[in-house]
Design a protein around this ligand. Structure first.
Ligand SMILES: [Zn+2]
Length: 377
């Protein structure tokens, strides 16, 4: 059984587990393969995946993705391990295919950042082939650039905390909360050192994922893709976040999966964005995989919470981590504080949080894998 404490402690340990555990977990799938691709940015870091084809009919494919947002791969690997230990043995190798991706963004997971080595947020990077990475997109970000992407070293607390609060209050007074949220979260393509930078072209990690999916998905009658994240939503609650392109309404999905916390990404509670991976795959599914019924959802594990205060703290953690990474910090304690707050946002330490995460993941796996026909009744 997966341990309740923060696990694994590092990217290296997580990859070690994956490479050791997967071959042993897939004996029922003849010809299952474990593969890895080194990153151009650092060849010691690899995206690893296991791919397995069914022995008879390619009825359904399960795709599980972890670590798209680097540091969130810690929670991702925890959930992947739960799946491998508790659910994989229950799947039918005659009709089920698998694509299990360990650390889509290994640089981010290794360096405990959300972005890749080029500061690209991969969930703002998946633009459709014809769409430009337009530096003018998201004018609100430009308006708030000094607040969201300060270009100076981070001061030590409490000065840095007071300055953030002051800037936040000023921005609230001038623009209001919805503009700040939009500016921060929608994605931007004009500030390569800023938050939620979507890049200037398709990143190598994004290209690899598309390549993998193109080679596997079309053979199947249906494909279910689950992408694991942490840091968003009410504390100790996992939300299933869907693309607005998922045709079924949230009430229907809630009933079908027997899971209470179901959202779509344009909800008041979530946020609209550009370049989202799941959105782009829904777009691709209709065109490139017309014979495959495609369903995708993100598991979003809440950490600090969703109150106004918690949202302000989350935003502060992101701004400060990015500022300290690009411009340094005036003192070591300022750097440590920025790191600690960022870790708290994505990798909680409390064992109770991990127990709740495991329960939510089980409930969602039971619901989704059951409804999509992966588990025999
Ligand atoms: Zn994420």
């Amino acid at each position: 059984m997966a341990p309740p404490a923060p696990w694994p402690p590092s990217y290296g340990a997580a990859r070690g587990w994956f490479r050791q555990a997967l071959p042993a977990a897939l004996p029922a799938w003849q010809g299952a393969r474990l593969e890895a691709r080194p990153l151009v940015a650092d060849t010691s870091l690899t995206v690893d995946w296991a791919v397995a084809a069914p022995s008879q009919t390619p009825a359904r494919l399960l795709v599980l993705i972890t670590g798209l947002h680097g540091i969130e791969g810690v929670v991702g690997t925890f959930v992947l391990r739960l799946f491998v230990e508790e659910y994989l043995p229950r799947l039918d190798p005659a009709s089920t295919g698998l694509l299990l991706v360990h650390a889509l963004n290994p640089w981010g997971m290794h360096h405990r950042r959300k972005v890749n080595a080029g500061n690209v947020d991969l969930n703002r990077n998946f633009l459709p082939p014809a769409e430009p990475y337009d530096p003018e997109f998201n004018g609100d970000y430009e308006l708030l650039r000094d607040f969201l992407g300060p270009r100076r070293p981070l001061e030590a607390p409490p000065l840095s905390a007071a300055r953030f609060l002051l800037c936040l209050a000023r921005a609230m007074g001038r623009h209001g909360a919805p503009v700040i949220q939009r500016a921060a979260l929608r994605g931007q393509y004009g500030d390569p050192q800023g938050m939620y930078f979507g890049g200037a072209g398709l990143a190598e990690e994004s290209r690899l994922l598309i390549e993998l999916l193109q080679s596997v998905v079309p053979a199947f009658a249906s494909a279910t893709l689950l992408d694991i994240h942490s840091g968003f939503g009410p504390a100790r609650q996992m939300s299933l976040v869907h693309s607005t392109r998922e045709p079924r309404p949230v009430d229907e999905l809630r009933r079908r999966f027997g899971y209470p916390h179901v959202l779509k990404s344009d909800d008041r509670d979530f946020y609209a964005m550009r370049g989202d991976m799941i959105d782009s795959l829904y777009g691709r599914a209709g065109k490139d995989w017309p014979g495959t019924r495609f369903y995708a959802s993100a598991f979003e594990f809440g950490t600090l919470g969703h109150s106004t205060l918690a949202l302000a703290r989350s935003l502060r953690a992101m701004v400060h981590e990015n500022q300290a990474h690009h411009h340094g910090a005036r003192t070591r304690s300022a750097m440590r504080w920025a790191r600690r707050e960022f870790e708290a946002l994505y990798v909680p330490r409390h064992p109770e949080w991990w127990r709740a995460a495991r329960e939510s993941a089980r409930r969602a796996f039971d619901g989704i894998l059951g409804a999509e026909g992966f588990l025999s009744p």
